[in-house]
Ligand binder design. Structure first.
Ligand SMILES: C[S@@+](CC[C@H](N)C(=O)[O-])C[C@H]1O[C@@H](n2cnc3c(N)ncnc32)[C@H](O)[C@@H]1O
Length: 354
């Protein structure tokens, strides 16, 4: 708690200098900025005469007592703690609590109302988290065939590439070159835990390898990893070298439909990974083609809305399998991966297909 002076922001610096000259500033507390005012901590109650001298600079100056000033040695736990000093209550309410951390790079969604304050939010993230080196703002939706999100540089080191660590694997990620989401971390390890030694696995939309690398780290499987984006395949190749793997990964750059034909990958797979939600349904024929004749497992990711997304995703893939002369033998697991839009989920269905 400290006595303080409330002054208009435009006179704040003049008043601060005057208080400093008279040794009246309380150095144990931080100066707090509100929308129009500065709150300056002082080390004792000022006399009427002292106040009237200061009111020659700011007519509206007021003396008060505050218990909301932050101590100088205060270590912020989050960007919100840092912003408390310069954001209004409304701005703090609008500031996002969560963001994606990929290695030492943060990608945050800035609400429309705070566009003018985006650099302040970025700087607050750098101040609050010493491990963060760079902050980007989302600049649009994940788009295009390569599924890359446009981003806008805000503050920090000007770089787009970093090393992301999860479940004992290291992944080189470049947020401008290929899709990657840390929100799928649990899925990456869940599918690795289901994979077995000696399996042949086809990852139809492998990206930088967040499924293929943990699988090959855990089991001695042979993984065919396909992606249409050369940037993703270049990062996958780096990631194969970065990690000590038990299994083998063969990267292929191209449209999975053409790759399966060109490299004779028909009837080979015990397990197929299909993480291209929104479009995976159009590639069920490719999964059927690469799956062994006697059957195997498909991990099918899709965006699903409605009352019963668990039922819908199974019905959707089942319909498509039957068009391709296959059917579901059993459903191993169906789960919600994450909310992708209001009342819409990214879902995954693990189905045994014959
Ligand atoms: C949603 S991302 C998932 C990547 C990766 N599995 C992951 O979880 O990070 C989908 C990927 O599919 C790739 N892709 C899109 N169409 C493709 C196609 N026809 N054949 C192969 N890859 C494709 C994109 O380049 C992108 O990297």
């Amino acid at each position: 708690m400290s006595y303080c002076l409330i002054t208009l922001k435009k006179y704040g610096e003049l008043i601060r200098r005057e208080l400093d000259r008279r040794n009246l500033l309380n150095g144990s507390f931080r100066i707090k900025a509100e929308e129009k005012h500065l709150i300056l901590p002082i080390n004792r109650e000022l006399t009427k005469k002292e106040l009237s001298t200061l009111s020659k600079i700011d007519l509206t100056i007021e003396q008060s007592f505050s218990d909301t000033l932050l101590p100088t040695k205060f270590l912020p736990k989050s960007h919100l703690d840092v912003l408390q000093e310069c954001f209004s209550e409304k701005e703090l309410d609008l500031t996002p609590r969560s963001f994606d951390t990929i290695g030492d790079i943060v990608v945050i969604e800035i609400p429309e109302e705070l566009i003018d304050k985006k650099e302040a939010i970025g700087s607050a993230l750098l101040t609050a988290h010493s491990a963060i080196k760079t902050v980007y703002a989302k600049a649009g939706k994940v788009e295009g065939i390569n599924r890359i999100r446009p981003v806008e540089f805000l503050v920090g080191e000007k770089k787009t590439k970093t090393i992301y660590k999860e479940h004992g694997v290291r992944l080189a990620v470049d947020i401008t070159q290929a899709y990657f989401s840390p929100r799928l971390s649990e899925e990456h390890s869940r599918i690795a835990n289901k994979s077995k030694d000696n399996e042949i696995i086809v990852d139809l939309f492998c990206g930088i390898g967040p499924f293929a690398i943990p699988i090959a780290k855990k089991v001695d499987a042979q993984i065919h990893a396909i992606d249409i984006n050369p940037g993703a395949i270049a990062l996958l190749e780096e990631n194969i070298i970065l990690n000590k793997l038990r299994g083998t990964i063969s990267p292929y750059c191209g449209d999975c439909r053409k790759v399966i034909d060109k490299y004779k990958l028909e009837n080979v797979a015990d397990r197929v990974i299909m993480n291209l939600p929104g479009y995976a349904i159009d590639f069920v024929d490719v999964a059927c083609k690469t799956l062994k004749k006697e059957g195997g497992i498909i991990h099918f990711f899709e965006f699903v809305g409605g009352e019963n997304p668990e039922k819908t995703i199974v019905e959707d893939i089942s319909r498509e399998l039957e068009k391709n002369g296959r059917k579901i033998d059993s459903v191993h697991e169906v789960r919600k991966v994450r909310m992708s839009a209001p009342r819409q989920w990214q879902m995954v269905a693990d189905v045994e297909v014959i």
